[in-house]
Design a protein around this ligand. Structure first.
Ligand code: 4NP
Length: 156
């Protein structure tokens, strides 16, 4: 199964989601069943490593992020089985790039997998805030990704 995580810049939320997802797949010995990538709806940071604050916070938890930013392209709708966006703005942007409504059927929100705060839709963007925002987003993304791995492994 091919899974793509999407945010705006592809330097904070989605590369972290990708790294955490891969980490939990490895822990459960199911990595081989998945191909995983992440991207941004903007090409502003194309080729860049993830934000230093995202990488150093993840590293404190033993998670290394080596991904380089790349923009979402319409072909991603064909390549990936599941496309997971971080917020409504990401959803709207890729909806505009879709060629037919069926393509959006494979798009879900990461917070669909949040069992703690079921009414929230967006993973907040830590980019403009302080250091504590990076830890909060780490904890939020980690719990959602863990539930995603549980859901997918139960389905397979
Ligand atoms: P991300 O965060 O979408 O989680 O990667 C952002 C990173 C950079 C910018 C915005 C959001 N920016 O405006 O450059």
């Amino acid at each position: 199964m091919k899974i793509l995580f999407v945010c705006l810049g592809n330097i904070c939320r989605s590369p972290l989601a990708e790294a955490l997802f891969c980490h939990h797949l490895k822990e459960q010995n199911i990595s081989e069943a998945f191909a995983v990538d992440s991207c941004g709806t903007s090409d502003h940071h194309q080729g860049d490593l993830a934000d230093e604050r995202t990488r150093s916070n993840a590293f404190k938890h033993g998670i290394e992020i080596t991904h380089r930013s790349r923009p979402f392209v319409a072909d991603d709708f064909e390549i990936f089985d599941l496309i997971i966006v971080m917020d409504e703005s990401n959803y709207d942007t890729i909806e505009r790039l879709s060629l037919d409504p069926d393509q959006m059927e494979k798009v879900v929100f990461l917070r669909d997998f949040d069992l703690e705060e079921e009414d929230e839709i967006d993973v907040p963007d830590p980019w403009f805030g302080g250091e504590e925002g990076f830890e909060e987003v780490y904890q939020l993304i980690n719990r959602c990704v863990l539930e995603l791995v549980r859901t997918l492994s139960a389905e397979s």
